[in-house]
Design a protein around this ligand. Structure first.
Ligand SMILES: C[S@@+](CC[C@H](N)C(=O)[O-])C[C@H]1O[C@@H](n2cnc3c(N)ncnc32)[C@H](O)[C@@H]1O
Length: 247
């Protein structure tokens, strides 16, 4: 396919789908971007007896796999990036898990879950300078984010938990993720948005490059957005890995 044809194909899709990123995603994560094993231990403590779970932005299934290795969770994983789901389906083929290619904003509200998890998924939280929490939402704007939260609220059972992973500060850096591949990320803030560029390269050339554009909320706005749709904020868990809200 010519470059022009390829780029018009990409613009026709959601700008935040993981297309170029998908082929290097696991390599980056396994180089230490997220500590999935630690996530699983903290999640087990938070979830207690809750086993019916919706993972919003399941990606390549790295967290789901680790969760299913320790407990018989009933997991539905949703993602709007087919390139990521291809990998998740392969990884999770031996497990009883439901994987759906869907924008979570379009999820039909005819079932409910005991917990919803977003591990760097459709919504994520960062801890800036160890002081301020910030929320990043893969939404078009702040109003769209509120509709996304309403959707998640409606998909939870009463007392159900919305569990969102906490990442370090988004900042510019570059690091080797394998013998010959370097990962670089570049962050730009403008108005309500953060644009994050992911670049994978070897010594000779750029192998893959893509950006995502997320709506950003400071800590007060973040908590207000959840309470506005009816959630109660339970705050940060004891491991400092998750921010928890309850229906
Ligand atoms: C950083 S990845 C996280 C993947 C996975 N949760 C993990 O821990 O490795 C974010 C994922 O969220 C998906 N995503 C973002 N917004 C979404 C939405 N509105 N509906 C479905 N998937 C979404 C992206 O396609 C991407 O695969």
């Amino acid at each position: 396919m010519s470059n022009i044809a390829q780029s018009s194909l990409i613009t026709a899709r959601n700008q935040n789908e993981y297309i170029e990123l998908a082929q290097f995603y696991d390599l980056l994560m396994e180089a230490g971007y997220y500590d999935y094993q630690a996530f699983v231990n903290s999640l087990a403590l938070l979830l207690e007896t809750r086993t019916k779970i919706l993972d919003v932005g399941v990606g390549t299934g790295l967290l789901t796999e680790q969760m299913l290795q320790v407990q018989d969770y009933e997991i539905t994983g949703v993602d709007f990036s087919e390139e990521m789901l291809v990998k998740a389906r392969r990884r999770l083929s031996d497990y009883n898990v439901k994987l759906l290619n869907l924008d979570i904003r379009d999820y039909p509200e005819n079932e409910s879950f005991q917990s919803i998890i977003s591990s760097g998924g459709a919504i994520c939280i960062s801890h800036q300078d160890n002081q301020q929490y910030r929320l990043y939402s893969y939404c078009d704007d702040k109003l769209d984010h509120l509709s996304l939260l309403r959707k998640l609220y409606n998909l939870l059972e009463d007392d159900g938990l919305l569990i969102i992973s906490i990442q370090g500060e988004h900042k510019n850096y570059s690091k080797a993720i394998s013998e010959d591949i370097t990962y670089s990320q570049e962050i730009n803030y403008s108005g309500d948005y953060m644009t994050k560029w992911y670049t994978f390269s070897n010594e000779e050339k750029i192998l893959s490059r893509q950006s995502v554009k997320l709506v950003v909320f400071d800590e007060i706005e973040m908590i207000n957005s959840f309470t506005e749709v009816g959630f109660k904020s339970l705050g940060v868990d004891t491991s400092n890995k998750f921010y928890v809200f309850q229906r």
